[in-house]
Design a protein. Sequence first.
Length: 338
Amino acid sequence: MFKLFKKKEKYEKSELFDFEKASFKMKVEYLLKSISEDDDEYIERLELINQMKKWYELRYPSVYIEKFFDLDYAEDINDYVFKNTKKPDMDWNDIYNTKVFLNLLNPRLHRFLRASAFNDGIYLRVGYLREYIRLSKKGTIMCSDLFEKYEGKSIRKLYEDILNNKFYINTNSEDKEEFISNMKVEIENVINDYDNEIKAKKTMIECVIYSLLDHWNLEIAARRALLFAEEFKGNIDIPLIYGAGTTYYNDCTKDFINYYLMLGGDINLECFEDYDREKYNKVPLKDILKKYHNSKYEKEMLERIASILKSNIPSNVEGFEKSNEIKQKRIERKLYRK
């Protein structure tokens, strides 16, 4: 079997690797190797990424994502998924949401997405000196004998004071210096383990985002990836960097950009223009947004349409009321983004 790298030998990032020009698949492989300890872990992480990609593509089908921001599209996800079923009261968001997916996930894969937590305690013994520090999941010192004054404070504060020689133990033991030195190492290891776990989880989410972008239609893929990044608190910049400059659906792309800005995105973000083509360049997001019509007249027209839909809903036409309500909400959402 081909080995990705030696057992228990972490992959070292290569300075020769051009991350920007690499394919989305190569980006995922590169990032995964940076957080995997060995072949087995790499394979398991890759399996999780592929499962999450398939799940999200099923949760938000391309035909629905394509019209996610389209004001003329009256159906919500339930209308699309259950169009020909006999149970119109079913909610797709309840059937195939994140909680359901995680509950069905194999525990050996689920562990890569669990909430990061500090070890529950640190134990150290040097000669006659011994100490146990009980920690909360967030790294707060819950209980300690030698470090009683630090109870309720972060373990990082104790580590900082040890580094700055602001820490003192009231004892005459000849093991005092060795004890403090060893304690510094133990605390540093605990903090690093926690920080590395957070970094690995963040990298995993980024890998899923890049994997979602690896699709024949980058415009659709970018919108889906943005929804994923929003839900999993990932880097919302990535879908825009690669997907904002495509030109398949101009009106929807404008709203896609506005949705990103509504989430707190950066109007000056450097994005690729025509990344899905052989020749592309980088431009600020604000320059891409300027290409889409956004006049005062357009806003006034949308306000009039929203008002008309709200006041002219015939009660005798089955399904028309729900359709217009959805259209009205979409228009109001669009106005809010402006």
